[in-house]
Design a binder for this molecule. Structure first.
Ligand SMILES: [Zn+2]
Length: 590
């Protein structure tokens, strides 16, 4: 183990040709050297581990090489090249600006700039992480950077270009290094494993490349880690175990469940994955990427975007044939919505399960786009073949609650909040009736139309399937009373509390009430919490058919806080303690 060198160092490129994944950039640099059109300052920027410092070193070596090759590479044989390769060249100075960022450090460097190189033509100064220089150091550096002696050449490297002063940027030729593609990385890893006498499955290397997220250095250090873990026999299974990566297999199984509308299977698979200790958010983002991969591998034109290893490609293509474009669009959207809501969700597992349920409904619903327009979702029980038959004695809610904002602010509502309506009461009406309810051809999108359709729809379904349902009548006053009671019991969700205090429900036909809110934020707040609110109201008012509809009041929603008083009112609305603060300190608004 004495002379063990990590792969990232051992396989550090020594010529432009051996730099991985930056071909166009290295070609440009080579051409500049060959045509002898060198700038005196370069800025290399890009994410970490993509070859910025390596390229800077190769560049320094090449412009000093005494016998450059015909294609513009360093010979690696002349005295200068040898000195570079053995790290004893006086023609290269590296400064790590992350730890040497003071004016004194820059002054010491400027002193060095004046002395011409003992051998070769150029003295190259590489300043790594240049954005870390203090502003005084930047300013001390400007003059030298603008008019350096002809033998001096600066290469600045940074991961954060936006933090470099514009005055510095304008004095440099800028090269943007890109993330290294998965294919390039896999190719290089294959090369390294063949040099190291390591056997590796291509799929395993693909996982390593994905995990490295565009950085070759990271990929090589993960590679080293896996090599020592597997004793030089890198298999896909060993890699996913070691790196805690979720197996593709799970995503394929989830997609299968989605296509067959098998909710139970999907939820069991989720349970299996969670049981292995994977984070829910990773699962859903992975699933979204999986759908995205399925989508891009459907078409030759987009196949270049497909970054999954060749061996599993056929399997993706096979599965992609079974999914329509519309289904995949919708699936990606659902997974993405779940990802966005994940952090805010209190019951994260439920959110994941709801998303899976919605995904499973996509294929059996047939026309997801229509459902979205109407903001309605079919009862789960009428969908897949693997569904439970209707249970006698179960409460029936034929119409899930709908969320509509007044046109033109209609928002897509195929999101978890909708599902909450469907799952709040377990329901199992026969397949035929609700289908008619959910999708009559003349069914429009406006509130008015839905309002008109409601009684008919419910009556139809009711006649066919009424089993046991509690339907005690209640008054507007009682509704507001329990609404307020719920609001006053909230202690943590201040925004929800204030929304409920400010926006009162208005009872309409068929035990459906409408809440008129002022902005989309309030609408989201109510819809995200509707499962809790409705459960409470249904119990208190002894009516299982209560539905909520949230509408944005058009006259109010454009009213934004412009004046100080309005802003104060708005903040007060969020945090009532402000009033006390204002009084105690005698603050005024102007
Ligand atoms: Zn040379």
């Amino acid at each position: 183990m004495d002379n063990y060198i990590v792969s990232a160092r051992k396989y550090r490129p020594s010529t432009f040709r051996s730099v991985v994944g930056q071909k166009s950039l290295t070609t440009t640099l080579k051409n500049a050297i060959q045509s002898n059109k060198l700038a005196h300052a370069y800025l290399f920027c890009g994410p970490r581990g993509v070859g910025k410092t390596s390229c800077a070193r190769i560049f320094a070596k090449t412009i000093n090489c005494l016998n450059p090759t015909a294609d513009g590479e360093a010979c690696n044989e002349c005295e200068s090249c040898k000195a570079f390769n053995e790290q004893r060249s006086y023609n290269i100075h590296e400064l790590d600006a992350a730890s040497n960022n003071s004016v004194d450090d820059i002054r010491a460097l400027i002193d060095q700039v004046r002395i011409p190189p003992p051998i070769g033509k150029y003295k190259v100064f590489i300043i790594d992480e240049v954005h870390m220089l203090s502003s005084a150091a930047f300013n001390a550096f400007l003059k030298t950077l603008e008019e350096p002696p002809h033998h001096a050449l600066f290469i600045l490297a940074t991961t954060e270009k936006h933090k470099v002063l514009p005055t510095i940027l304008s004095r440099c030729q800028i090269y943007d290094f890109s993330r290294i593609s998965i294919a390039d990385m896999v190719e290089h890893l294959e090369y390294v494993s063949s040099c190291e006498g390591v056997t590796a499955e291509p799929e395993a290397l693909n996982v390593i490349a994905q995990k490295a997220d565009g950085g070759m250095r990271d990929a090589l250090s993960i590679f080293d880690q896996v090599v020592s873990f597997t004793n030089g026999n890198i298999t896909y299974q060993a890699v996913i175990d070691n790196l805690n990566v979720l197996d593709y297999e799970y995503y394929f199984r989830l997609t299968d469940a989605m296509l067959s509308g098998n909710v139970r299977s999907a939820i069991l698979i989720l349970n299996d994955i969670l049981g292995k200790g994977f984070d829910g958010q990773n699962i859903i983002t992975g699933l979204a990427s999986h759908f995205r991969d399925l989508l891009v591998c459907k078409d030759e034109a987009t196949l270049i975007l497909f970054e999954v290893g060749a061996s599993i490609r056929e399997r993706y293509k096979e599965m992609a044939k079974r999914c329509s474009d519309g289904l995949l669009f919708k699936a990606i959207e659902l997974a993405n919505t779940c990802d966005l809501n994940y952090r805010a969700s209190r019951n994260k597992r439920l959110l994941l399960e709801l998303t899976l349920i919605q995904l499973c409904q996509l294929s059996s619903a047939g026309q997801p786009a229509d459902d979205k327009k109407k903001g309605l979702i079919e009862p789960i029980a009428s969908n897949g073949p693997g569904q439970a038959p209707a249970q006698p004695g179960q409460a029936v809610a034929t119409q899930t609650y709908t969320v509509q904002s007044a046109p033109p602010l209609q928002r897509p509502v195929q999101s978890p909040q909708e599902m909450t309506g469907a799952t709040a009461i377990p329901q199992a009406p026969p397949a035929s009736t609700p289908k008619r309810v959910a999708r009559p051809p003349q069914f429009g999108t406006s509130i008015k139309e839905i309002g008109v359709e409601h009684p008919k729809a419910q009556a139809t379904a009711q006649a066919a399937t009424v089993v046991q349902e509690i339907q005690s009548p209640f008054s507007q006053e009682a509704l507001v009373h329990y609404w307020d009671a719920y609001a006053s019991a909230i202690d943590k969700k201040v925004y929800l509390k204030n929304t409920m205090i400010n926006c009162k429900p208005a009872l309409q036909d068929n035990y459906c009430f409408e809440v008129c809110v002022h902005n989309p934020g309030q609408q989201d707040e109510l819809t995200n919490n509707c499962i809790d609110i409705l459960s409470y109201l249904r119990v208190q008012l002894k009516n299982t058919r209560i539905q909520m509809r949230v509408r944005i009041d058009e006259t109010n929603q454009k009213h934004l806080a412009y004046t100080s008083t309005e802003k104060y009112e708005h903040l007060l609305n969020i945090n009532p303690v402000l009033a006390k603060l204002k009084d105690e300190f005698n603050l005024t608004l102007d």
